[in-house]
Design a protein around this ligand. Sequence first.
Ligand code: ADP
Length: 158
Amino acid sequence: MKIAVYPGSFDPITKGHIDILKNGAEIFDKVIIAVARNSEKNAFLTVDERVSLIKASVKDIENVEVDSFEGLTIEYAKKRNANVILRGLRAVSDFEYEMQLSQANSALSSEIKTIFMITKPKYNFISSSTIKEIYLNNGDISKFVPEPVYNFLKNKKK
Ligand code: ADP
């Protein structure tokens, strides 16, 4: 069984993340999307809010599990018997950071490979921080986030 862990802050989850996740779910037997608890500091949403919004957003994808973890991604991936860490790439600007991260992870544990997926051009500019900026300035984020996130933020006090 091929298991991939898709780690990140997902603060909040966007349509770009969902795109990568769906592709991953077609390739792997199971994808575990895991919110890093280390990202709680200075976060926009709590980890529990992020986890429940992800659950609501991916409920139709059968082989996806939603979880959160603390500490090193590679240790979490080992604990979950994952073969792969899945990451998304948008632009060249993501590349250097992602390359360092994947090389560090492979130095820590060579059995777990990092696989990168390139996002669709229409999701290229979407990041959680851009969404937050648009939302906090009363812009329309409906095109960029899954419906549960949109509804949650509509009702959240700014
Ligand atoms: P992190 O804080 O670990 O970078 P993010 O939640 O920002 O967490 O991103 C998680 C993963 O999703 C990363 O691999 C990131 O490159 C990828 N990602 C973020 N936004 C997009 C997008 N619009 N399209 C594709 N991948 C994305």
